[in-house]
Design a protein around this ligand. Structure first.
Ligand code: DC
Length: 233
């Protein structure tokens, strides 16, 4: 029954809001593919850092990037546990792109039109048959403005910074809470104020502030919203 009625679920919002946790869980429950578009910008940043197209001051050699962008191919493949992992030109970069450095780099490369155009093109292909849960910043506004279900997720910056700090410490990164909070605030500013596809809530997106919500209650809420849309098709 569900197979006949596939939709696109777009989940946008601030960094470290738990978008990916929510999106992944829903995708698994309803048998859809999960597409983490933040991972795509992180993979581009990782590529640029490795190839020295971006230096440690985050300066980007746009001329070289322009020449290379079509050669950057990003895919998601399931691991042995069925969890989606990011591949950059056929190489698994799932762990390498989850650092603070790759996150900051992603916020820089994602400001460039040439990068956004190339990623949106790949995202359109990934979602052309529907049946996807895609998370990012511009999915409901730019990538799939016709998505049947759109969510915009937010939470207080201190709460988001604490979540990211806990995650990074668990992975053994040497960071301070203050540095993570600063990077969260900086990233919010650059995501909201960039010229290309700035992050904003689509007028028809449902707003969810999860500052005081448990993961379980968010998941229940999201599945209920999904079922409401499916019931109306
Ligand atoms: O969600 P994340 O932290 O993995 O995203 C990394 C960066 O990529 C973040 O600064 C915003 C940017 N991004 C974007 O511009 N558009 C998207 N659709 C997804 C992420």
């Amino acid at each position: 029954m569900l197979q006949n009625k596939k939709i696109i679920v777009a989940i946008d919002g601030f960094s470290s809001c738990g978008k990916s946790t929510m999106a992944k869980h829903l995708a698994k429950q309803i048998g859809y593919a999960y597409i983490d578009t933040g991972a795509m910008y992180r993979a581009v940043a990782f590529y640029c850092l490795q190839a020295e197209i971006m230096n440690k001051y985050w300066e980007i050699d746009e001329e070289r990037l322009r020449k290379m962008i079509q050669a950057i191919s990003i895919e998601f493949r399931p691991n042995v546990n069925g969890e989606s992992e990011t591949y950059l030109n056929g190489i698994n970069v799932e762990t390498a792109i989850r650092t603070l450095e790759a996150g900051t780099g992603a916020s820089k490369v994602s400001q460039l039109r040439i990068v956004r155009e190339a990623m949106v093109k790949q995202q359109h292909l990934m979602g052309e048959k529907k049946g996807v849960v895609m998370d990012g910043r511009d999915i409901g506004t730019v990538v799939f403005p016709q998505a049947e279900l759109k969510i915009f997720l937010t939470a207080r910056p201190e709460i988001r910074a604490q979540r990211r700090y806990d995650e990074l410490i668990k992975k053994g990164e040497n960071v301070t809470f203050e540095a993570v909070l600063q990077s969260t605030v900086d990233r919010d500013n650059s995501d909201m104020n960039r010229a290309e596809s700035p992050m904003r809530k689509a007028s028809d997106a449902l707003l969810l502030d999860n500052s005081e919500m448990s993961i379980e209650s968010q998941e229940v809420w999201l599945l209920a919203e999904f079922n409401k849309v499916i019931a109306l098709l």
